[in-house]
Design a binder for this molecule. Sequence first.
Ligand SMILES: *Cc1c(COP(=O)(O)O)cnc(C)c1O
Length: 378
Amino acid sequence: MYQTGRAWIELNIDNLAYNVKQFQQLIYPSCKIMPAIKANAYGHGADLIGKSLQDMGIQDFCVATVDEAIELRKAGITGQILILGYTSPYRFSDLSHYCLTQTVVDRLYAKQLNDYGQPLYVHIGIDTGMHRLGERSDNHADIGNIWKFNNLRITGVFSHLCVSDDTSDTGRQFTLKQIAEFNSVIDSLHKQGINGFKTHIQGSYGVLNYPSLNYDYARLGIALYGVLSSPYDKTVSSINLKPVLSLKARIQCVKPLHTGESIGYGLTYTAEKEMKIAAVAIGYADGIPRELSNKGYALVNGEKVPIIGRICMDQLLIDVSNLSLVSSGDEVVFIGKSRDKEILASEFANHANTISNEILSRLGNRLERIIVKNKMED
Ligand SMILES: *Cc1c(COP(=O)(O)O)cnc(C)c1O
């Protein structure tokens, strides 16, 4: 029993270290892992995860927003922090003050950054086909011209893959085209006499499905947390990953439900037999999708139990009729292990018609985040 609260996240940092090692063995020794710890480290807790990774020797990180970057600086992250999204010119002083690295989202933005008038560290985003952020990869001359902005300290050039999880022929063809576009930008820069910048294009699936690419960084998010997006994902390299996060809550009370009685908001579930139900102290405000009403399941004392009725903001109900020994205070596992059974984040997400990335990144602030150790047999 690790803690006493209502609903919480357990973080297994040994598993995080294990995943880091697995990836370090998969990528080239010259390629560094740049963990994506945006959205509170995919719900895991950015400070804890960032500091733990830094203790493991990881120096460079990427996040989505300037405020996420500042939070990491304040938590003691000393290396490069790359902001992957747009930062308003009103916040350029923060980039400078906290020594952050900003993505150049296009050449107009490069000028705005330069006009700030003081040196700023940047990586240049290149759009190779996703058509989200980045200067278009066919504008070789405009990309090269960004180096003429004297205030920009350009330390990297990167792109992003949008179908690297798709291992079908069409998916692979598109990804290889993106990679070729990116390489041609790099070649063109070298031909213009521009050197001395780092390159990166792979996220988790970029590494898992294209492990032979050799760039300076791999921006690993979801897979570093030991999780795949969907339980159906098949990857080219089948490295063993261990989930870092478990999601648990406590049973508040157990009571009988008689035949014909209905439960919860909207009375959406009716007992067809004599039942035993339990109220659990976790709800949609904590990140359990309301979509899982009358649909999801959890684990209690190693047994699978259905979620019944509508999920509330702070609570939900489960059917514990099949459990002989169950009482208030017992642990309910939504993601993670309970005795010999396990629910993967990807399975939990799949029930809710989404991917684990969304489920994890939306886990609420009310959840306590605590670090657990592996037992000897793990
Ligand atoms: C979130 C993000 C990543 C990490 O992606 P995963 O698939 O979770 O590994 C990498 N690069 C960019 C630009 C991102 O936005």
